[in-house]
Design a protein around this ligand. Structure first.
Ligand code: NCD
Length: 305
């Protein structure tokens, strides 16, 4: 059974096809409005979400399918102590495809082992978030016209931010992509991302604490939220939470065609005064997320036939 747990589960060809399908859907949504008639998507969300869950649900509805599931695992049998394995065996009896978000790293992988339908990782702890990355790749492709030859700045909580881990993993596969990793000392990318992805693939990257110094070089600036829920103590969170706040003033040093991204939710990292800057793409990202999830659901359901 084909699932999507890690972004590298997809070949670059498959990512190209997903992007092409998303663009075809954007151009002609009515051609796709009954492709999933009679099919059901289950959304199993053990952690808070607005965009990811609702974009999965909107995606399935726009394909003519239906949706079931839970957005608060406290109301599911998880509260009685049921394992992920048993929950997905059960849900496989009711749904044709599952999107799961879980606070535990690796839970969607366990789910994929026990489910008899495709499982999509909708975010697992501080680990990975492959469908946000597909959203980001579609956005970069639409804004820049390419996925190679880019200087990508990732700024904020690079330690716990799962969107950044998946984005680095995906973008490292394209030619001439280099990274500027901007974070406080305590929130640098985890050792495994540095050694197993960046160093192993020979990708050029630099680490810095200064957004100002990095700004003029960047083609993409990917801002992230400090992941409060993954901190061990509140004092550290409070000390680090406002390390970077993007303002119009800071953007004076940026390229005129910079693409400003953020997976959202934003807390304080981007001043609302930036929202009307034509370079701000974070709300376009949200919309792209629905289209790429439509393409992904189609691909996985087709593979499951
Ligand atoms: C992100 C997540 O859940 O990892 N949000 C999202 O899915 N768009 C980012 C975050 O929570 O900071």
């Amino acid at each position: 059974m084909r699932s999507l747990i890690d972004i590298t589960d997809l070949t670059l060809d498959e990512i190209d096809k997903l992007i092409a399908t998303a663009e075809a859907i954007i151009a002609n949504p009515s051609d796709y409005s009954s492709r999933c008639a009679g099919k059901k998507l289950a959304t199993l969300f053990y952690e808070p979400s607005t965009r990811t869950r609702l974009s999965f649900e909107a995606a399935m509805y726009e394909l003519g399918g239906n949706v079931l599931g839970f957005s608060d695992a406290g109301n599911s049998s998880a509260a009685k102590g049921e394992s992920v394995a048993d929950t997905v065996r059960t849900v496989s009896c009711f749904a044709d495809i599952i999107a799961m978000r879980h606070f535990k790293e690796g839970a969607p992988l366990v789910a994929a082992t026990f489910a008899s339908v495709p499982v999509i990782n909708a975010g697992d702890g501080g680990h990975n978030h492959p469908t946000q990355t597909l959203t980001d790749l579609l956005t970069i492709k639409r804004e820049k016209g390419r996925l190679d030859t880019l200087t990508v700045g990732c700024c904020g909580d690079l330690k716990f931010g799962r969107t950044v881990h998946s984005l680095i993993s995906a973008m490292s596969r394209y030619a001439n992509v280099n990274f500027v990793l901007i974070s406080p000392e305590e929130l640098r990318v985890p050792e495994n991302v540095r050694s197993e992805i960046l160093e192993r693939k020979g990708v050029a990257f630099e680490e810095t604490t200064s957004l100002d110094d990095a700004m003029p070089k960047l083609d993409i600036l990917y801002m992230t939220r400090v992941q409060r829920e993954r901190f061990f103590n509140e004092a550290d969170y409070l000390r680090l939470k406002d390390s970077y706040i993007l303002t119009p003033e800071k953007l004076k040093k940026a390229k005129s065609d910079l693409t400003i991204m953020h997976p959202l939710p934003r807390v304080n990292e981007i001043s609302t005064a930036v929202d009307n800057d034509p370079r701000a793409c974070y709300f376009k990202q949200v919309l792209n997320g629905k289209f790429i999830r439509m393409a992904l659901i189609l691909m996985l359901l087709e593979a499951a036939q």
